[in-house]
Design a protein around this ligand. Structure first.
Ligand SMILES: Cc1cc2nc3c(=O)[nH]c(=O)nc-3n(C[C@H](O)[C@H](O)[C@H](O)COP(=O)(O)OP(=O)(O)OC[C@H]3O[C@@H](n4cnc5c(N)ncnc54)[C@H](O)[C@@H]3O)c2cc1C
Length: 444
């Protein structure tokens, strides 16, 4: 940029990567525009608690505008990015029907990933994923709605279908969802129904691999499986889900045999694919994509041949780093530091390589039971759960949200109740709209 015009940085995505980039840019002499298709930053690791009535949506999804309210040089644009033009250096975002063109001098693409149904997107109708507040509220409506349907049902077999919950995917999200549905039925819903005992709820967990939580190592994986089974969860490993419909799930076991599980509520926690913006970047720059559509970046997180463009978080491939929040935070902050450094020193030479510090991973199985792997240290049980609690409280955005989440956790974990059990028309209306659209599509 010449003539003293301010350096314009556009950040696509206000998730973990985007947010940590914005923090570094807070005091830099640059003009920042962050564009996101939602109005909030989302703490995805706690989505399952919104889906099971522990936390409210607002506690894990503060408005991006509010997060950057003390950054006068940062503008927030609510819009879905539909195009990036690397040669013109512009980003096009759509707000409703109107396109909005945002020119940039530096670009940070932190658009993350989306749920993957491995080419079978029709399954989403019966088995919502867990990637957004809408997903979590939809699941909350379905989960609490299923207990209502069970209360209204007089036929034992059909009631059993309403009281069976199928979780697809044995990573942290699947494990946490399965554990929470059990806690809900065993503790929170006690004495709430007259025609059945919620403790008769059945939770079935499927995974195509040979272990749950494979990234936690064999010891913690085996321990978690034992804990889940002790809670009454049926764990089926080496099992591929072949179809899902309104009444159940078809699976194929490792030995080739098949079986149908009748279950009205299905949850998809099985896979993610990168944002389609990765493909746009690769087509224009020649960068490589991995099989989930993530962009291979240079060691400083920049796009090959385009030192002014950075790809961070779930959308980037670098040194086999996993798609986790910590990688997104550190890569987002790193890209922003490279931009600040170049402003101070001039030029657009390569920045220092990202040196990732692995702070470990953790998951909860149920109340007071968690697992954590920090380097070589493996922690399980109550201590693992406390580690989970401390880390999640620390990283929740906003002091008010932390205080209020702690209050909700006290109510749910020390007591029995869950305060966020509202079922709204919104989810039902959205579902009917999708079904109507699909029916119209079929009729054409
Ligand atoms: C249910 C669940 C549980 C998880 N649990 C853990 C955990 O326990 N620990 C852990 O470390 N990680 C966990 N993760 C992974 C972690 O959340 C991700 O690695 C992290 O969010 C990636 O950050 P990101 O900034 O790359 O993307 P995201 O946080 O996904 O942010 C992407 C942002 O970009 C926006 N966006 C996307 N496309 C567009 C577009 N075209 N236009 C405008 N805006 C767009 C989105 O709205 C979003 O705000 C979990 C993920 C999920 C889904």
């Amino acid at each position: 940029v010449t003539g003293g015009a301010p350096h314009r940085v556009v950040v696509i995505g206000g998730g973990f990567g985007g947010l940590f980039a914005l923090r570094v840019l807070r005091r830099a002499p640059v003009e920042v525009t962050v564009v996101d298709r939602t109005n909030h930053h989302l703490f995805q690791p706690l989505l399952y608690q919104v889906a099971t009535g522990i936390l409210s949506a607002g506690e894990i999804a503060p408005p991006i505008r509010d997060v950057v309210r003390h950054q006068p040089r940062t503008t927030v644009v609510l819009g879905a990015v539909t195009a990036i033009d690397l040669s013109a250096r512009t980003v096009t975002a759509h707000q409703g029907d109107s396109p909005h063109t945002l020119p940039y001098d530096s670009l940070i693409v932190a658009a993350g990933s989306e749920t993957s149904y491995f080419g079978h997107d029709q399954l989403s109708r019966w088995a919502p994923g867990m990637k957004s507040i809408d997903d979590a509220l939809e699941l909350r409506g379905r989960i609490f709605g299923a207990f209502e349907m069970a209360e209204a049902e007089s036929d034992e077999r059909r009631r059993g279908e309403w009281l069976t919950f199928a979780v697809v995917g044995g990573g942290p999200t699947g494990v946490e969802m399965a554990g929470q549905i059990v806690e809900l039925s065993q503790r929170s819903l006690h004495h709430n129904f007259r025609n059945f005992d919620p403790r008769s709820t059945r939770v079935v967990l499927f995974d195509g691999g040979t272990s749950i939580l494979p990234t936690f190592g064999p010891r913690l994986a085996a321990k978690t499986r034992r804990d889940l089974e002790r809670l009454g969860i049926e764990v089926h490993l080496d099992t591929l889900v072949t179809d899902i419909d309104d009444r159940g799930v078809d699976v194929r076991f490792g030995d080739g045999s098949t079986r149908r599980f009748a279950a009205r509520t299905k949850i998809w926690a099985a896979g993610v694919q990168a944002s389609p913006l990765g493909k746009t970047l690769a087509e224009q720059s020649g960068a490589n994509l991995d099989k989930t559509g993530r962009v291979r970046v240079l060691p400083d997180c920049s796009l090959p041949g385009h030192p002014e463009v950075f790809v961070v978080g779930d959308l980037m491939v670098l040194d086999d780093l996993p798609g986790v929040a910590e990688v997104a935070m550190q890569s987002g902050a790193h890209a922003a530091r490279v931009i600040v450094r170049r402003r101070a020193k001039g030029g657009d030479g390569p920045g220092p390589p990202l040196r990732y510090r692995d702070l470990g991973s953790m998951a909860t199985i149920a109340r007071f039971k968690g697992v954590a792997k920090i380097g070589r240290i493996e922690i399980a049980g109550f201590v693992g759960w406390v580690a989970w609690l401390v880390v999640h409280l620390t990283f929740l955005t906003g002091f008010k949200n932390r205080v209020s989440a702690l209050g909700h956790w006290t109510v749910s974990f020390l007591g029995r109740s869950r305060s966020e059990r509202t079922i709204t028309e919104q989810q039902i209306v959205a579902r009917l709209a999708i079904e109507a659209q699909e029916d119209a599509g079929r009729a054409v």
